[in-house]
Design a binder for this molecule. Structure first.
Ligand code: SF4
Ligand code: SF4
Length: 184
């Protein structure tokens, strides 16, 4: 079933104008994970334009995006597809759509929890907690070991000075979320 209000919902949440997309494909051509996606950012925007809400929100593609923002930097119409993908994840989550990549939701929750408590990301903590939560203990071990040997994943977390400010931002965001209606 098509939902012709979907584009307005996504435009509002992402602060973008998806109607401007003329499908030049530059975003998908630069996306580092397009080969892991079924549609890619260009076709995802097309699906939003056509109101294919249910099909799109059930797609793993919206959880595969790593929010690198390459698509937005390449777009001739200055459409920030990363924000659109973020809005789609938020809609899927808040409208209780069966998430195609449950591990990705756990990743996002742990990421936010660590930033809330430390002020910034600590990769090893994120990795360890995510592996325990998903019980996916041994995948990616060679890649993780290589990054560790290259000094890319420090053991000791870096605690920022303004932790109370970060916590205040989280509290304000929670308040704001209670005031903003989702869905139609
Ligand atoms: S680069 Fe911009 S205009 Fe081109 S397909 Fe992607 S979003 Fe649409
Ligand atoms: S933000 Fe997402 S969709 Fe855009 S280029 Fe990066 S991974 Fe691809």
């Amino acid at each position: 079933m098509l939902d012709f209000n979907f584009i307005d919902q996504v435009n509002t949440l992402s602060d973008q104008t998806i109607q401007l997309c003329y499908h030049c494909h530059k975003c998908t051509a630069g996306c580092p994970v397009a080969d892991q996606m079924e549609y890619g950012p260009d076709r995802i925007l097309r699906m939003v334009q056509f109101g294919e809400k249910e099909k799109l929100l059930k797609s793993a593609d919206i959880w595969v995006c790593v929010a690198c923002e390459t698509c937005g930097a390449r777009c001739p119409n200055e459409i920030n597809a990363a924000r659109i993908l973020g809005a789609l994840r938020e809609i899927a989550y808040t409208e209780n759509i069966a998430v195609a990549e449950p591990g990705a939701v756990k990743f996002h929750k742990l990421f936010l929890l660590l930033v809330q408590n430390m002020g910034r990301m600590h990769e090893i903590s994120l990795l360890a907690l995510h592996k325990l939560w998903t019980m996916n203990l041994f995948s990616d071990l060679p890649a993780g070991a290589r990054l560790f040997m290259m000094g890319k994943v420090p053991l000791k977390p870096y605690m920022i000075k303004g932790q109370s400010e970060v916590k205040r931002i989280y509290r304000a965001t929670e308040q704001k979320k209670k005031q903003v209606p989702h869905g139609n």
